[in-house]
Every structure is written in structure tokens, then in C-alpha cells.
Design a binder for this molecule. Structure first.
Ligand SMILES: CC(C)(COP(=O)(O)OP(=O)(O)OC[C@H]1O[C@@H](n2cnc3c(N)ncnc32)[C@H](O)[C@@H]1OP(=O)(O)O)[C@@H](O)C(=O)NCCC(=O)NCCS
Length: 257
């Protein structure tokens, strides 16, 4: 099967979404042969204009392919054509559906050659994926996201553990910030997550906006080696089901399959 598959093919592969579930769709964005024929037909005029403004072809490809996947998936869940999905955005840019159209929550993330789309009926959701890269100033980056107490815990980790722990913290915090809808306008130091253990699930109680206690379910997700991802959902714990948007093997240099 090629990428993108037809809407009809996708429709047949979308399972029923139960109230206690979150569907996490995995998308491979590494299809160099598509760079000149990106699937823009279901994008709105505004999205096409945005796509045309990207200076880096890779960034344009990431945006177009995940937006195409998002519209196709929402179309399949809601049994409508992808171009008719009325996407709106809050003041910080978080896309959503008008409540009058459907009570379906979703969030999108992309990094390097991977994209993720989380879809649930339960409540606000945020997802983040990061390709792990060695950083020149890891301590400087850590100082930007950790409060003093967490920074001390992080610095006491064995050196080899520090980079994966940093990415666990970063994706967990960013997934929370994206679920809240404010993105990086919020001080990440105030969003405290446990980053010391691999692939774990946490239940957080958060006073945000101040005076409103909400319960959150935060889970680290193993995606593919070299990437770190996290998913945050408002409400009680629910089952996350991993699904492949594309059925082609990932094509990277040295893996020509
Ligand atoms: C949201 C944000 C954290 C994304 O960071 P990132 O690591 O570069 O990107 P990710 O791949 O994880 O996520 C990008 C996707 O998140 C979604 N998104 C955008 N803004 C969002 C927000 N405020 N909250 C949740 N999700 C958001 C979009 O679907 C976006 O995908 P798209 O660009 O293909 O449409 C960052 O852009 C941010 O902090 N934005 C808010 C800051 C702001 O006010 N910007 C003004 C623009 S209106």
C-alpha cells in the first residue's frame, strides 16, 4: 500500500473509538519521493498558504503530511470528507473541532521523520515527540525546564542517563502544555513530572488555571529508537491503542525497503 492510502482504505482500518480509549496514530514522514507531490488536496486555502511559506522543504513536508493525516483520520472517524473538517485554533494555535461539530479531542506532534496524532473522546489531550539529538549545552537546556529541586535530581543521575531523562522530562512537560492548550507560553519549570524512570505512567493533580484542580494522566510512549514521546490526557486513566497510519516500512538511508 502506498502513502497516502485512499480515504476508503483508511476508513476500513479505523477502529471504533470507545469512551475509555485514546487512539495514538503513528505516521512515518520519511518519504523523500513524495517531496514533489505532497498530498495537499484536502488542505484548506489557509493551510496551503502556510505550507507555501515554509523555507525548509522538510518542514513543509512534515506539516503537509501530518495535516493530511489529521484531516483524513478525523474524516474517517466522523464519516465525512477530510476537506470538510472545520479546524479552528485557540489563541496559542492549538487546533480543535468546534464542539457543535463533534466532541472529539485530538493533538498532533512531529519531529524528524515521525509524527503522532492522538484522538480521544474523553477530554483535552496533548502529545509530543522529540528526536533525541546530542546537545552542546544540555545543562543549559535542563536549567530552562527544571525547577531547582528537579535540576538537582537530574544532575545526580549518571551522565549516560541525563540525556534520556532530559527528553523524558521535556516531552512530558510539553505534552502537558499542549493538552492545556497554551504550549510553551507556560513556564515548563512549574509543570513537574517524574523523569527518573523509563516508560512510566503518572497521575498528576494540577492547579491550572489557578483555583481549578484537574486530574491528568501522563504516559511516556516508546515509539522508535532515537525518539522520545509522551501523551497527556485530562481525566481518568484510559487505554492507549497504538495504530499505524501508513503501512509502508520506514525508509531511511541504508534501509531502502
Ligand atoms: C505548541 C508548541 C509547543 C509546538 O511545539 P513543537 O515542538 O515545535 O511542535 P510539535 O510538533 O510538538 O507540535 C506541533 C503541533 O501542535 C499543534 N499545536 C499548535 N499550537 C498548539 C498549542 N498551543 N497547544 C497544543 N497544540 C498545539 C499543531 O497541530 C501543531 O502542528 P502543525 O504545526 O503541523 O499544525 C509551540 O508551537 C508553542 O508553544 N506554541 C504556542 C506559542 C504561541 O502562542 N504561538 C503563537 C502562535 S498562534
Amino acid at each position: 500500500m502506498t502513502w497516502p492510502q485512499t480515504q476508503q482504505e483508511l476508513q476500513m482500518r479505523v477502529p471504533q473509538l470507545h469512551q475509555h480509549e485514546c487512539h495514538l496514530w503513528h505516521i512515518s514522514l520519511c518519504t523523500p519521493d513524495m517531496a514533489h507531490s505532497l498530498p495537499t488536496e484536502c488542505l484548506s486555502d489557509e493551510e496551503k498558504t502556510r505550507a507555501a511559506k515554509f523555507l525548509r522543504p522538510e518542514a513543509r513536508q512534515q506539516f503537509v503530511m501530518t495535516r493530511h493525516a489529521l484531516r483524513s483520520l478525523l474524516g474517517a472517524y466522523l464519516n465525512t470528507t477530510p476537506e470538510k473538517i472545520p479546524l479552528q485554533a485557540n489563541q496559542f494555535g492549538k487546533p480543535s473541532l468546534p464542539v457543535s461539530f463533534a466532541s472529539l479531542y485530538f493533538n498532533v506532534t512531529h519531529s524528524g521523520q515521525r509524527g503522532l496524532i492522538a484522538i480521544t473522546r474523553q477530554g483535552e489531550v496533548g502529545v509530543d515527540i522529540e528526536q533525541q539529538r546530542k546537545m552542546k549545552d544540555l545543562l543549559g537546556m535542563a536549567s530552562m525546564i527544571f525547577c531547582p529541586e528537579d535540576l538537582r535530581v537530574w544532575q545526580e543521575l549518571p551522565v549516560a542517563e541525563q540525556m534520556p531523562a532530559f527528553y523524558r522530562a521535556w516531552t512530558g512537560k510539553e505534552a502537558m502544555a499542549k493538552a492545556l492548550g497554551c504550549g510553551l507560553t507556560i513556564d515548563l519549570k512549574g509543570l513537574r513530572v517524574d523523569f527518573t524512570h523509563e516508560a512510566q505512567t503518572q497521575f498528576l493533580e494540577m492547579d491550572f488555571p489557578p483555583g481549578t484542580i484537574h486530574h491528568w494522566h501522563l504516559a511516556q510512549r516508546n515509539v522508535v529508537p532515537g525518539y522520545c514521546a509522551a501523551l497527556a490526557i485530562r481525566g481518568s486513566p484510559l487505554e492507549t491503542i497504538d495504530l499505524a497510519f501508513d503501512t509502508q516500512p520506514v525508509r531511511t538511508p541504508g534501509n531502502a525497503a
